[in-house]
Design a protein around this ligand. Sequence first.
Ligand code: CAA
Length: 380
Amino acid sequence: MIFELNEQQRMIRDMARDFAAREIAPIAAEIDEHERFPAEIVKKMGELGFMGMNVPEEFGGSALDSVCYVLAMEEVSKACASCGVIMSVNNSLVCWPLETYATDEQKKKWLTPLASGQKLGAYCLSEPGAGTDAAAQSTTAKQDGDHWVINGMKNFITNGANADILIVFAQTNPELKHKGIRSFIVENTADGFSIIRKEEKMGIRASDTAQLAFDNVRVPNDQVLGGEGTGFKIAMSTLDGGRIGIASQALGISAAAYEAALAYSKEREQFGRPISAFQAIQWKIADMATRLDAARLLTYRAAWTKDQGQRYSEEAAMAKLYASETSHYITNEAVQVFGGNGYSKEFPVERHFRDAKITEIYEGTSEAQRMVIATMELKK
Ligand code: CAA
Protein backbone atom coordinates (compact mmCIF):
# COMPACT_ATOMS: atom_id res chain seq x y z
CA MET A 1 0.00 0.00 0.00
CA ILE A 2 1.43 3.37 -1.03
CA PHE A 3 0.25 6.48 0.80
CA GLU A 4 2.10 8.93 -1.43
CA LEU A 5 0.87 10.98 -4.36
CA ASN A 6 2.81 10.51 -7.60
CA GLU A 7 4.59 13.37 -9.32
CA GLN A 8 1.70 14.19 -11.65
CA GLN A 9 -0.80 14.21 -8.78
CA ARG A 10 1.42 16.55 -6.73
CA MET A 11 1.86 18.83 -9.73
CA ILE A 12 -1.91 19.08 -10.34
CA ARG A 13 -2.57 19.72 -6.63
CA ASP A 14 0.05 22.48 -6.53
CA MET A 15 -1.22 24.05 -9.74
CA ALA A 16 -4.81 24.03 -8.42
CA ARG A 17 -3.68 25.39 -5.05
CA ASP A 18 -1.78 28.24 -6.67
CA PHE A 19 -4.63 29.09 -9.07
CA ALA A 20 -7.26 28.96 -6.31
CA ALA A 21 -5.24 31.16 -3.95
CA ARG A 22 -4.39 33.70 -6.67
CA GLU A 23 -7.61 33.89 -8.68
CA ILE A 24 -10.49 32.46 -6.65
CA ALA A 25 -9.94 33.18 -2.95
CA PRO A 26 -9.79 36.99 -3.39
CA ILE A 27 -13.29 37.11 -4.93
CA ALA A 28 -14.98 34.27 -3.00
CA ALA A 29 -16.72 36.46 -0.41
CA GLU A 30 -17.89 38.97 -3.02
CA ILE A 31 -19.44 36.41 -5.39
CA ASP A 32 -21.12 34.71 -2.42
CA GLU A 33 -22.60 37.97 -1.17
CA HIS A 34 -23.89 39.06 -4.59
CA GLU A 35 -24.86 35.56 -5.79
CA ARG A 36 -22.72 36.25 -8.86
CA PHE A 37 -21.94 33.36 -11.20
CA PRO A 38 -18.13 33.44 -11.64
CA ALA A 39 -18.01 33.15 -15.45
CA GLU A 40 -14.42 34.44 -15.56
CA ILE A 41 -13.25 31.70 -13.16
CA VAL A 42 -15.12 28.99 -15.09
CA LYS A 43 -13.37 30.18 -18.27
CA LYS A 44 -9.96 30.02 -16.56
CA MET A 45 -10.71 26.58 -15.12
CA GLY A 46 -11.45 25.47 -18.68
CA GLU A 47 -8.12 26.88 -19.90
CA LEU A 48 -6.31 25.00 -17.11
CA GLY A 49 -7.98 21.75 -18.15
CA PHE A 50 -10.08 21.50 -14.97
CA MET A 51 -13.47 21.13 -16.68
CA GLY A 52 -12.85 17.72 -18.24
CA MET A 53 -10.04 16.35 -16.12
CA ASN A 54 -10.58 12.63 -16.77
CA VAL A 55 -11.68 12.91 -20.40
CA PRO A 56 -9.23 11.64 -23.07
CA GLU A 57 -7.29 14.35 -24.90
CA GLU A 58 -8.90 13.45 -28.23
CA PHE A 59 -12.21 14.71 -26.79
CA GLY A 60 -10.80 17.92 -25.32
CA GLY A 61 -9.99 16.63 -21.83
CA SER A 62 -6.85 16.43 -19.69
CA ALA A 63 -6.66 12.60 -19.49
CA LEU A 64 -5.77 12.68 -15.78
CA ASP A 65 -6.74 10.11 -13.15
CA SER A 66 -9.54 10.47 -10.58
CA VAL A 67 -7.07 11.16 -7.76
CA CYS A 68 -5.88 14.26 -9.67
CA TYR A 69 -9.52 15.29 -10.00
CA VAL A 70 -10.11 14.92 -6.24
CA LEU A 71 -6.98 16.95 -5.46
CA ALA A 72 -7.94 19.79 -7.81
CA MET A 73 -11.54 19.76 -6.58
CA GLU A 74 -10.38 20.06 -2.96
CA GLU A 75 -8.14 23.03 -3.73
CA VAL A 76 -10.76 24.89 -5.76
CA SER A 77 -13.46 24.21 -3.14
CA LYS A 78 -11.15 25.32 -0.34
CA ALA A 79 -11.10 28.76 -1.93
CA CYS A 80 -14.75 28.74 -3.05
CA ALA A 81 -17.27 25.92 -2.69
CA SER A 82 -19.45 27.44 -5.42
CA CYS A 83 -16.62 27.20 -7.96
CA GLY A 84 -16.09 23.64 -6.72
CA VAL A 85 -19.61 22.48 -7.49
CA ILE A 86 -19.66 24.17 -10.91
CA MET A 87 -16.50 22.22 -11.75
CA SER A 88 -17.75 18.98 -10.20
CA VAL A 89 -21.05 18.93 -12.09
CA ASN A 90 -19.34 19.56 -15.43
CA ASN A 91 -16.70 16.87 -14.84
CA SER A 92 -18.61 14.15 -13.02
CA LEU A 93 -22.24 14.54 -13.97
CA VAL A 94 -21.92 15.67 -17.57
CA CYS A 95 -18.54 14.75 -19.11
CA TRP A 96 -18.41 11.32 -17.45
CA PRO A 97 -21.75 9.95 -18.76
CA LEU A 98 -20.93 11.32 -22.22
CA GLU A 99 -17.50 9.72 -22.19
CA THR A 100 -18.92 6.44 -20.91
CA TYR A 101 -22.22 6.08 -22.81
CA ALA A 102 -22.09 8.35 -25.87
CA THR A 103 -21.25 7.23 -29.40
CA ASP A 104 -18.04 8.58 -30.94
CA GLU A 105 -20.10 11.00 -33.05
CA GLN A 106 -21.86 12.28 -29.95
CA LYS A 107 -18.57 12.60 -28.08
CA LYS A 108 -17.06 14.68 -30.88
CA LYS A 109 -20.06 16.99 -30.96
CA TRP A 110 -21.01 17.30 -27.27
CA LEU A 111 -18.17 16.10 -25.07
CA THR A 112 -15.32 18.02 -26.71
CA PRO A 113 -16.68 21.55 -26.05
CA LEU A 114 -17.70 20.56 -22.50
CA ALA A 115 -14.39 18.94 -21.55
CA SER A 116 -12.34 21.80 -22.98
CA GLY A 117 -14.38 24.35 -21.04
CA GLN A 118 -15.89 26.09 -24.08
CA LYS A 119 -19.36 25.03 -22.97
CA LEU A 120 -20.90 24.31 -19.59
CA GLY A 121 -23.09 21.36 -18.68
CA ALA A 122 -25.89 20.51 -16.25
CA TYR A 123 -27.43 17.22 -15.10
CA CYS A 124 -31.22 17.21 -14.91
CA LEU A 125 -32.53 14.37 -12.77
CA SER A 126 -34.28 15.89 -9.72
CA GLU A 127 -37.90 16.94 -10.01
CA PRO A 128 -40.42 18.42 -7.60
CA GLY A 129 -41.68 14.86 -6.93
CA ALA A 130 -38.46 12.93 -7.59
CA GLY A 131 -35.71 13.76 -5.10
CA THR A 132 -34.26 10.78 -3.24
CA ASP A 133 -36.77 8.61 -5.14
CA ALA A 134 -35.01 9.41 -8.39
CA ALA A 135 -36.83 6.68 -10.31
CA ALA A 136 -40.18 8.49 -9.86
CA GLN A 137 -39.60 10.62 -12.96
CA SER A 138 -42.65 12.47 -14.21
CA THR A 139 -40.88 14.24 -17.06
CA THR A 140 -41.91 12.34 -20.17
CA ALA A 141 -40.29 11.70 -23.54
CA LYS A 142 -42.44 10.50 -26.44
CA GLN A 143 -41.11 9.43 -29.81
CA ASP A 144 -42.40 11.38 -32.80
CA GLY A 145 -40.80 10.14 -36.02
CA ASP A 146 -37.08 10.82 -35.86
CA HIS A 147 -37.46 13.05 -32.79
CA TRP A 148 -38.34 12.76 -29.10
CA VAL A 149 -40.65 15.26 -27.44
CA ILE A 150 -39.81 16.09 -23.81
CA ASN A 151 -42.28 17.58 -21.34
CA GLY A 152 -41.76 18.22 -17.65
CA MET A 153 -40.02 20.16 -14.96
CA LYS A 154 -36.65 19.74 -13.25
CA ASN A 155 -35.55 21.40 -10.06
CA PHE A 156 -32.46 22.10 -7.98
CA ILE A 157 -30.35 21.90 -11.14
CA THR A 158 -26.80 23.10 -10.51
CA ASN A 159 -25.51 25.24 -13.44
CA GLY A 160 -29.10 25.13 -14.77
CA ALA A 161 -29.31 28.81 -15.65
CA ASN A 162 -25.83 28.96 -17.24
CA ALA A 163 -25.47 25.58 -18.91
CA ASP A 164 -25.28 25.26 -22.70
CA ILE A 165 -25.77 21.49 -22.73
CA LEU A 166 -28.02 19.48 -20.41
CA ILE A 167 -28.28 15.76 -19.74
CA VAL A 168 -32.00 15.25 -19.18
CA PHE A 169 -33.66 12.12 -17.78
CA ALA A 170 -37.25 11.35 -18.77
CA GLN A 171 -39.76 8.53 -18.56
CA THR A 172 -40.62 6.92 -21.91
CA ASN A 173 -42.90 4.18 -20.58
CA PRO A 174 -44.26 4.50 -17.01
CA GLU A 175 -45.32 0.82 -16.97
CA LEU A 176 -41.65 -0.16 -17.07
CA LYS A 177 -40.90 2.03 -14.02
CA HIS A 178 -37.13 2.74 -13.79
CA LYS A 179 -36.50 0.62 -16.88
CA GLY A 180 -38.58 3.08 -18.94
CA ILE A 181 -36.24 5.99 -18.18
CA ARG A 182 -33.95 7.28 -20.93
CA SER A 183 -31.44 10.10 -21.07
CA PHE A 184 -31.19 12.86 -23.65
CA ILE A 185 -28.72 15.55 -24.65
CA VAL A 186 -30.56 18.87 -24.80
CA GLU A 187 -29.26 22.30 -25.77
CA ASN A 188 -30.33 25.38 -23.83
CA THR A 189 -31.29 26.96 -27.16
CA ALA A 190 -33.97 24.31 -27.84
CA ASP A 191 -37.49 25.69 -28.38
CA GLY A 192 -39.64 25.01 -25.31
CA PHE A 193 -36.73 25.07 -22.84
CA SER A 194 -36.94 27.75 -20.18
CA ILE A 195 -35.48 28.75 -16.83
CA ILE A 196 -38.37 29.20 -14.42
CA ARG A 197 -36.42 30.56 -11.48
CA LYS A 198 -33.13 30.56 -9.62
CA GLU A 199 -33.16 29.44 -5.99
CA GLU A 200 -32.09 31.85 -3.27
CA LYS A 201 -29.82 29.73 -1.12
CA MET A 202 -28.15 29.49 2.27
CA GLY A 203 -24.77 28.55 0.78
CA ILE A 204 -22.92 27.94 -2.51
CA ARG A 205 -24.58 31.18 -3.51
CA ALA A 206 -22.30 31.95 -6.48
CA SER A 207 -23.34 28.75 -8.24
CA ASP A 208 -26.78 28.84 -9.76
CA THR A 209 -29.42 26.30 -8.81
CA ALA A 210 -32.37 26.53 -11.17
CA GLN A 211 -35.82 25.19 -11.82
CA LEU A 212 -36.18 24.33 -15.50
CA ALA A 213 -39.16 23.67 -17.75
CA PHE A 214 -39.31 21.49 -20.85
CA ASP A 215 -42.39 22.31 -22.87
CA ASN A 216 -42.60 20.12 -25.99
CA VAL A 217 -38.81 20.24 -26.40
CA ARG A 218 -37.96 18.32 -29.58
CA VAL A 219 -34.75 16.35 -29.55
CA PRO A 220 -33.49 14.41 -32.60
CA ASN A 221 -32.81 10.67 -32.27
CA ASP A 222 -29.07 11.23 -32.37
CA GLN A 223 -29.31 13.14 -29.07
CA VAL A 224 -30.52 10.11 -27.14
CA LEU A 225 -27.76 8.97 -24.77
CA GLY A 226 -27.49 5.20 -24.30
CA GLY A 227 -29.86 2.43 -25.30
CA GLU A 228 -33.46 1.67 -24.43
CA GLY A 229 -34.11 1.24 -20.70
CA THR A 230 -30.63 2.41 -19.68
CA GLY A 231 -31.48 5.90 -18.37
CA PHE A 232 -31.73 5.00 -14.68
CA LYS A 233 -28.46 3.05 -14.74
CA ILE A 234 -26.80 5.98 -16.47
CA ALA A 235 -28.20 8.31 -13.80
CA MET A 236 -27.08 6.12 -10.88
CA SER A 237 -23.63 5.19 -12.21
CA THR A 238 -23.02 8.86 -13.00
CA LEU A 239 -23.91 9.80 -9.43
CA ASP A 240 -21.30 7.33 -8.13
CA GLY A 241 -18.61 9.57 -9.61
CA GLY A 242 -20.53 12.72 -8.69
CA ARG A 243 -20.38 11.64 -5.06
CA ILE A 244 -16.57 11.50 -5.22
CA GLY A 245 -16.69 15.07 -6.54
CA ILE A 246 -18.93 16.25 -3.68
CA ALA A 247 -16.78 14.40 -1.12
CA SER A 248 -13.82 16.39 -2.51
CA GLN A 249 -15.80 19.61 -2.31
CA ALA A 250 -16.57 18.82 1.34
CA LEU A 251 -12.84 18.18 1.95
CA GLY A 252 -12.04 21.63 0.58
CA ILE A 253 -14.64 23.33 2.77
CA SER A 254 -13.39 21.39 5.83
CA ALA A 255 -9.74 22.17 5.13
CA ALA A 256 -10.47 25.89 4.74
CA ALA A 257 -12.42 26.02 8.02
CA TYR A 258 -9.92 23.88 9.92
CA GLU A 259 -6.86 25.84 8.81
CA ALA A 260 -8.59 29.14 9.63
CA ALA A 261 -9.53 27.88 13.12
CA LEU A 262 -6.03 26.52 13.75
CA ALA A 263 -4.38 29.82 12.82
CA TYR A 264 -6.91 31.86 14.79
CA SER A 265 -6.46 29.71 17.91
CA LYS A 266 -2.77 30.65 17.94
CA GLU A 267 -3.44 34.38 17.54
CA ARG A 268 -6.47 34.98 19.70
CA GLU A 269 -5.59 35.62 23.34
CA GLN A 270 -7.88 35.28 26.34
CA PHE A 271 -6.91 35.11 30.01
CA GLY A 272 -3.41 36.22 28.95
CA ARG A 273 -2.74 33.20 26.69
CA PRO A 274 -3.48 32.16 23.11
CA ILE A 275 -6.68 30.09 23.18
CA SER A 276 -4.69 27.19 21.63
CA ALA A 277 -3.10 26.78 25.08
CA PHE A 278 -6.46 25.62 26.47
CA GLN A 279 -7.33 21.94 26.36
CA ALA A 280 -10.90 22.71 25.27
CA ILE A 281 -9.50 24.15 22.02
CA GLN A 282 -6.76 21.53 21.67
CA TRP A 283 -9.34 18.75 21.69
CA LYS A 284 -11.31 20.50 19.00
CA ILE A 285 -8.14 20.78 16.91
CA ALA A 286 -7.33 17.10 17.43
CA ASP A 287 -10.85 15.98 16.48
CA MET A 288 -11.06 18.26 13.45
CA ALA A 289 -7.63 17.14 12.17
CA THR A 290 -8.44 13.44 12.66
CA ARG A 291 -11.82 13.58 10.95
CA LEU A 292 -10.45 15.63 8.06
CA ASP A 293 -7.72 13.04 7.52
CA ALA A 294 -10.21 10.15 7.69
CA ALA A 295 -12.48 11.88 5.16
CA ARG A 296 -9.49 12.43 2.86
CA LEU A 297 -8.45 8.79 3.05
CA LEU A 298 -11.98 7.59 2.21
CA THR A 299 -12.20 10.00 -0.71
CA TYR A 300 -8.78 9.07 -2.09
CA ARG A 301 -9.71 5.39 -1.80
CA ALA A 302 -12.95 5.93 -3.74
CA ALA A 303 -11.03 7.76 -6.50
CA TRP A 304 -8.31 5.09 -6.54
CA THR A 305 -10.92 2.31 -6.77
CA LYS A 306 -12.49 4.11 -9.74
CA ASP A 307 -9.06 4.38 -11.37
CA GLN A 308 -8.59 0.60 -10.98
CA GLY A 309 -11.67 0.04 -13.17
CA GLN A 310 -13.51 -1.63 -10.27
CA ARG A 311 -17.06 -0.84 -9.15
CA TYR A 312 -16.88 2.02 -6.66
CA SER A 313 -20.52 2.73 -5.71
CA GLU A 314 -20.03 1.83 -2.05
CA GLU A 315 -16.64 3.52 -1.70
CA ALA A 316 -18.08 6.68 -3.26
CA ALA A 317 -21.15 6.63 -0.98
CA MET A 318 -18.95 6.14 2.12
CA ALA A 319 -16.63 8.97 1.07
CA LYS A 320 -19.54 11.32 0.35
CA LEU A 321 -21.35 10.42 3.57
CA TYR A 322 -18.33 10.80 5.80
CA ALA A 323 -16.73 13.81 4.11
CA SER A 324 -20.01 15.77 4.06
CA GLU A 325 -20.88 15.02 7.70
CA THR A 326 -17.28 15.90 8.58
CA SER A 327 -17.57 19.25 6.83
CA HIS A 328 -20.72 19.97 8.85
CA TYR A 329 -18.82 19.05 12.04
CA ILE A 330 -15.60 20.90 11.23
CA THR A 331 -17.24 24.12 10.06
CA ASN A 332 -19.41 24.15 13.18
CA GLU A 333 -16.36 23.66 15.41
CA ALA A 334 -14.43 26.30 13.47
CA VAL A 335 -17.18 28.86 14.10
CA GLN A 336 -17.04 27.87 17.78
CA VAL A 337 -13.27 28.42 17.93
CA PHE A 338 -13.76 31.88 16.39
CA GLY A 339 -16.56 32.66 18.90
CA GLY A 340 -18.45 35.88 18.09
CA ASN A 341 -16.04 36.57 15.22
CA GLY A 342 -17.04 33.25 13.64
CA TYR A 343 -20.63 34.41 13.41
CA SER A 344 -19.59 37.59 11.63
CA LYS A 345 -19.24 37.94 7.86
CA GLU A 346 -15.86 39.54 8.48
CA PHE A 347 -14.33 36.06 8.70
CA PRO A 348 -14.75 33.33 6.05
CA VAL A 349 -15.71 30.53 8.49
CA GLU A 350 -19.28 31.90 8.41
CA ARG A 351 -19.38 31.18 4.64
CA HIS A 352 -17.76 27.76 5.08
CA PHE A 353 -20.42 26.87 7.68
CA ARG A 354 -23.23 27.79 5.25
CA ASP A 355 -21.54 26.06 2.29
CA ALA A 356 -20.98 22.79 4.17
CA LYS A 357 -24.67 21.97 4.65
CA ILE A 358 -25.49 21.28 1.03
CA THR A 359 -22.85 18.55 0.80
CA GLU A 360 -25.10 16.43 3.05
CA ILE A 361 -28.02 16.96 0.69
CA TYR A 362 -27.19 17.10 -3.02
CA GLU A 363 -26.09 14.20 -5.21
CA GLY A 364 -27.87 11.99 -2.69
CA THR A 365 -28.66 12.90 0.92
CA SER A 366 -26.76 11.25 3.77
CA GLU A 367 -29.82 9.01 4.11
CA ALA A 368 -29.51 7.94 0.43
CA GLN A 369 -25.79 7.21 0.93
CA ARG A 370 -26.67 5.01 3.91
CA MET A 371 -29.23 3.19 1.71
CA VAL A 372 -26.55 2.51 -0.91
CA ILE A 373 -23.98 1.38 1.69
CA ALA A 374 -26.43 -0.84 3.60
CA THR A 375 -27.74 -2.45 0.38
CA MET A 376 -24.19 -3.32 -0.68
CA GLU A 377 -23.15 -4.53 2.77
CA LEU A 378 -26.21 -6.79 3.06
CA LYS A 379 -25.41 -8.37 -0.31
CA LYS A 380 -21.95 -9.49 0.92
N1 CAA B 1 -24.77 1.84 -10.93
C1 CAA B 1 -25.43 1.11 -11.87
N2 CAA B 1 -26.70 0.65 -11.68
C2 CAA B 1 -27.30 0.95 -10.51
C3 CAA B 1 -26.68 1.70 -9.50
C4 CAA B 1 -25.36 2.16 -9.75
N3 CAA B 1 -24.69 2.88 -8.84
N4 CAA B 1 -27.54 1.86 -8.48
C5 CAA B 1 -28.65 1.20 -8.80
N5 CAA B 1 -28.51 0.65 -10.04
C6 CAA B 1 -29.47 -0.17 -10.74
C7 CAA B 1 -29.78 -1.42 -9.93
O1 CAA B 1 -28.86 -2.45 -10.20
C8 CAA B 1 -31.18 -1.77 -10.43
O2 CAA B 1 -31.06 -2.42 -11.68
P1 CAA B 1 -32.05 -3.64 -12.10
O3 CAA B 1 -33.42 -3.10 -12.10
O4 CAA B 1 -31.56 -4.04 -13.46
O5 CAA B 1 -31.83 -4.70 -11.05
C9 CAA B 1 -31.79 -0.42 -10.69
O6 CAA B 1 -30.71 0.51 -10.85
C10 CAA B 1 -32.69 0.05 -9.56
O7 CAA B 1 -31.93 0.03 -8.38
P2 CAA B 1 -32.59 0.23 -6.95
O8 CAA B 1 -33.74 -0.72 -6.82
O9 CAA B 1 -31.51 0.19 -5.91
O10 CAA B 1 -33.18 1.71 -7.09
P3 CAA B 1 -34.09 2.55 -6.12
O11 CAA B 1 -35.16 3.18 -6.93
O12 CAA B 1 -34.47 1.75 -4.92
O13 CAA B 1 -33.10 3.74 -5.69
C11 CAA B 1 -31.55 5.01 -4.32
C12 CAA B 1 -32.05 3.62 -4.80
C13 CAA B 1 -30.21 4.74 -3.63
C14 CAA B 1 -32.49 5.66 -3.33
C15 CAA B 1 -31.34 5.93 -5.55
O14 CAA B 1 -32.56 6.32 -6.12
C16 CAA B 1 -30.58 7.19 -5.20
O15 CAA B 1 -29.36 7.19 -5.23
N6 CAA B 1 -31.31 8.29 -4.88
C17 CAA B 1 -30.69 9.58 -4.68
C18 CAA B 1 -30.76 10.37 -5.96
C19 CAA B 1 -29.75 11.46 -6.01
O16 CAA B 1 -28.60 11.27 -5.65
N7 CAA B 1 -30.16 12.61 -6.52
C20 CAA B 1 -29.28 13.72 -6.69
C21 CAA B 1 -29.59 14.37 -8.00
S1 CAA B 1 -28.27 15.30 -8.75
C22 CAA B 1 -28.12 16.69 -7.84
O17 CAA B 1 -27.95 16.63 -6.67
C23 CAA B 1 -28.22 18.02 -8.48
C24 CAA B 1 -27.00 18.65 -8.88
O18 CAA B 1 -27.04 19.32 -9.89
C25 CAA B 1 -25.74 18.63 -8.06
